[in-house]
Design a protein around this ligand. Structure first.
Ligand SMILES: [Zn+2]
Ligand SMILES: [Zn+2]
Length: 658
């Protein structure tokens, strides 16, 4: 008589009837290796979770973004277990998955050594092999407190619970509001408890499902990211769905390390970060200075050709300006503290826009002057936490290639179109070829300006993306309240993406600064304002280019374009003469007259990543020729001097890579 209770669920879009008590894993027919978890009504769940009436159940593959996060977080548990077995006094912090890996923080007496990491990794391999199961167990707050009495950091998290949701320190992987859960690691044979952790989950079914992992490094990290809290020791690791994927990732990392602009910047003598100046404040050395000047000169020329007016503004201002602009309300955290002078408070400027607005407002404007495009290499100062400062890509003093464009509503469409094309063209000239666009659209709850203006701007940006055949990623509701934004994301030579240029519409500042122009009918109208930075900052763009080119800049940007290498001392004057003729054509050339042997000079030029080496020996001198040696080691002998000069000048003028 006893009828089996049946429930209806939706699986891969199809309705299915299953017995009560069916797990997501059973419903999905998951093997627990390629499909390692489920998404139920939008939330991630273990394969062991039971389904309920009306559930919509989808598989989570180990090689998906969600799957990798679960794999990595499970590996973090395995690592924490290994750490506590080897260092029983280690107390647990937080251990979330991160991009490409995971970490876990521990309170330990001494920092971990590389040998410690090896021991931990070895123990992890044993735990993986053993196939411990991850078993979820709901607990009351009170029980959790009792069970975790020896883990002070976990106790603190229990106290946070709801408050941890959406926090950016990773605390929400452990407690996310609602019911607390503990994950037990159980011995697959005896069912005995091996280890446990306060955790929201979900997890892999067993540790055996971890296909590939590696511990990467360790370092200090403050509890919950605040320097007021105790310093813990963080171990970073990576985990992947296959050995091949992991190897691929490690190779990419190795390549990225070789290209690290901080390392190349020192090796190639381009820039440095003197301690005396303070964190995030770079200086450019002569060679870096040349590259920077060429970058800027070219940008200036292109802007001039495209109808921009050049302006200049100071580095500091009285605070009133940033009160009017609202920066002191919503950007104060990103600014350097004020300084007092003659009874007034002054700020280092974090943005140029308010000053450009003053230039706009300096006199009455007519519609005939619009669009008015103001451009400046404007140096700004921003307070970045010391923990996030990174080489040239995240600094405290930076120079923006900043433009503000003031136009009428009717001009907005054409202006945006030509602007985006201009940006993409210029990025291509610097050798960046792969882009996609990200469009942040209106947050319906919070915006200024008319619906029509937002709509038109958004549609225009979408049209341009389509006409350029570029992938467009939408960030719905992601725009700032004052206007929609498009950002150009660039893929570099290693396939990494960098946010470069941004084009931001602004319906707010023209209002705050009471900007106006006189329309053809004599009425006073408010212009639309567009903020646009193309490099983002010169420093960051420089850093990205160093890594993109691995320091081997194309000839037009290379600080030294040609090195002359005499085969013997006697050939030096001949090459000096060639160098003089190159210089007359605008080429940056040096002749290596050091005492070193020729082979050593060639190696030095290779290390400096000089695009062209010109060699000369007796035969060359007799024939009025030189011999090329290129970066790839190829050689071309007996090239008549005039021809050689033309080849070099041509490569520079066409801005090609060699
Ligand atoms: Zn966890
Ligand atoms: Zn601006």
């Amino acid at each position: 008589m006893s009828a089996v209770l049946e429930i209806r669920i939706t699986l891969a879009g199809t309705e299915r009837v299953v017995a009560a008590g069916t797990t997501t894993g059973e419903a999905l027919g998951a093997d627990g290796r390629t499909v390692i978890a489920a998404r139920v009504n939008g939330d991630l769940r273990d394969l062991a979770a039971e389904v309920s009436e009306g559930d919509v159940v989808e598989p989570v593959a180990i090689d998906s973004a969600d799957g990798r996060a679960i794999l990595r977080h499970s590996t973090a548990h395995v690592m924490a277990q290994a750490v506590q077995e080897i260092f029983p006094e280690a107390r647990l912090g937080i251990g979330p998955p991160v991009e490409n890996g995971f970490y876990y923080d521990f309170d330990v007496k001494d920092p971990f050594t590389p040998d410690d990491l090896k021991r931990i990794e070895k123990r992890m391999r044993e735990i993986v092999k053993q196939g411990q199961t991850f078993s979820r167990r709901p607990v009351s707050d009170e029980d959790a407190r009792e069970e975790l009495a020896a883990e002070p950091y976990k106790l603190e998290l229990i106290g946070l619970k709801g408050g941890a949701a959406g926090s950016d320190d990773g605390a929400d992987v452990e407690v996310g509001g609602g019911q607390l859960t503990i994950y037990d690691n159980l011995d697959p044979k005896s069912g005995e408890l091996c280890w446990k952790d306060l955790c929201r989950g979900p997890h892999l079914p067993t540790t055996r499902v971890i296909p590939a992992f590696k511990l990467m490094r360790s370092g200090g990290a403050y509890w919950r990211g605040s320097e007021k809290n105790p310093q813990l020791q963080r171990i970073y690791g990576t985990a992947w769905e296959s050995r091949e994927k992991q190897d691929e990732y490690l190779r990419l990392l190795e390549e990225a390390e070789k290209r690290d602009h901080r390392k190349l910047g020192a090796e190639l003598d381009l820039f440095s970060f003197p301690d005396e100046l303070g964190s995030g404040l770079p200086v450019f050395h002569p060679k870096g200075g040349v590259i920077r000047r060429i970058m800027e000169d070219y940008s200036r020329r292109r802007h001039e050709e495209s109808g921009y007016s050049f302006v200049n503004t100071p580095h500091i201002t009285k605070e009133h300006l940033y009160k009017v602009s609202g920066h002191l309300d919503w950007y104060a955290d990103g600014m350097f503290p004020p300084m007092e002078l003659e009874g007034a408070r002054y700020y280092l400027k974090p943005m140029n826009c308010p000053m450009h607005n003053l230039i706009y407002r300096a006199r009455g404007r007519s519609y005939r002057e619009l669009p008015l495009r103001l451009f400046e290499f404007g140096t700004v100062y921003r307070y970045e936490k010391s923990g996030v400062i990174h080489g040239l890509t995240r600094v405290r003093g930076l120079t923006q290639d900043d433009a503000h464009i003031y136009c009428t509503r009717d001009q907005m469409r054409d202006e945006l179109k030509s602007l985006l094309r201009f940006v993409l063209d210029l990025l291509r000239d610097y050798g960046l070829e792969e882009f996609y666009l990200e469009l942040s659209t209106k947050d319906p709850e919070k915006f200024v300006g008319s619906d029509e203006a937002w709509e038109e701007a958004t549609e225009t940006l979408r049209e341009v993306a389509e006409s350029e055949n570029l992938e467009l990623v939408l960030d719905p509701g992601g725009a700032a309240f004052y206007g929609p934004k498009i950002s150009v994301q660039v893929r570099d030579a290693l396939g990494r993406t960098w946010q470069m240029s941004t084009i931001q519409l602004d319906f707010n500042l023209p209002e705050l600064f009471e900007l106006e122009y006189q329309a053809p009918d004599g009425s006073r109208q408010q212009p639309v304002m567009i903020h646009r930075a193309l490099f983002g900052s010169v420093e960051r763009f420089f850093g990205v280019l160093v890594e993109h080119y691995a320091g081997a800049f194309p000839p037009w940007l290379a600080p030294v374009q040609v090195v002359g290498i005499p085969i013997a001392d006697a050939h030096a004057p001949y090459l000096q003469d060639v160098a003089k003729r190159l210089r007359e054509r605008g080429i940056r050339v040096e002749v290596d007259v050091a005492d070193d042997r020729m082979q050593k000079k060639i190696r030095n030029a290779q290390k400096a990543k000089v695009p062209f080496m010109l060699l000369a020996g007796d035969d060359d001198v007799a024939a009025g020729a030189v011999s090329f040696r290129y970066r790839n080691g190829e050689q071309k002998n007996g090239v008549p001097i005039e021809e050689a000069i033309d080849e070099i000048v041509d490569a520079v003028e066409r801005r090609v890579q060699v």
